[in-house]
Write a protein that binds this ligand. Sequence first.
Ligand SMILES: C[S@@+](CC[C@H](N)C(=O)[O-])C[C@H]1O[C@@H](n2cnc3c(N)ncnc32)[C@H](O)[C@@H]1O
Length: 245
Amino acid sequence: MTEFTPSLPESDRSDPRAHFSRMRSMFDLVADRYDLMNDLMSGGTHRLWKAHFRKVAGPAPAGGQALDLAGGTGDIALALTRQGWSVVVCDPSERMMTVGRERLASVPVRWVAGAGEALPFPDASFDLVTVSFGLRNMTDRAAALSEVRRVLVPGGRFLCLEFSKAFWPMAPLYDFYSTHVIPRLGALVSGRPQAYSYLVESIRAFPDQQGLAGLMEAAGFTGVTWENLFFGIAALHAGQRPTAS
Ligand SMILES: C[S@@+](CC[C@H](N)C(=O)[O-])C[C@H]1O[C@@H](n2cnc3c(N)ncnc32)[C@H](O)[C@@H]1O
C-alpha cells in the first residue's frame, strides 16, 4: 500500500494527478476501518441518512440500472439492490471495493475500478446515478458531474448525499465536534490522524447547499432540489438529465 502524506491542503488541486493519487491512497489506507469509523463518528446517524437515501431512490423500474459512484464499501449499493436496482459500484480505491466485495459477497453487485472524472461507461447507460459522501473527494467535481450527466439516460436521476453547511442550533456544536473530536477519534481508531483532519478540512471547503445546486445546474442538470438532513450537517441533492439532451 502507498503511504498517504497530506503535504498539501485539501483545496490544492493544482496538480490533479497528485491530488487524485493522494485521495486514492488515503482511502486504501483507511478502508479496513472505514465502516467502523463511520458508525463511531456519526453515532450511527449515517445509517439513518442512507436509509432515507434509499427511500428517495425508490423502487427500481423494470430492468432499472443504477451506478453508485464513489461507492466505497457498498452501503448504497446494498440499499439499492434491496429496492430491485441492478447496481454497478465504481470507485478508484481497490481496497475500499475489496472490503465491500467481502461484505456483500452474496449480493449481486458489479464492482468497477474508475474515477468520477472519466467514467468507464458508454453514454446513457444508467437510469439512476448515486454518489454518497464521494463528490467532495473528487479532484475535478465539474468534470465528474458532467460525466454523471453523460452516463445517465435522458430523464435519468442523479442523487448526491454529502456533508453540507450546518445551521443553528447544530452549527456551533458540530463545529466543536469536528474540530476537537473527529481528528482524535480518527487517530485512535484508524491510526491515520491525517485522514481525519483531511475529512474536517474537506467538509469546510466544500460548497454549501446552494453552491452544490449551482454546480449541478452548471453541469446541465434540471429540477435541482435539496433536502437538509440534521440541520444541514448533510444534504441530499437531486437533479435530472433533461429528457431532450
Ligand atoms: C467517504 S467515501 C464514501 C463511500 C460510500 N459512498 C459511503 O457513502 O460510505 C469516499 C469514496 O470516494 C472515492 N473517491 C475518491 N476520489 C474519487 C474520484 N475521483 N472518483 C470517484 N470516487 C472517488 C474514495 O475512493 C472513497 O471510496
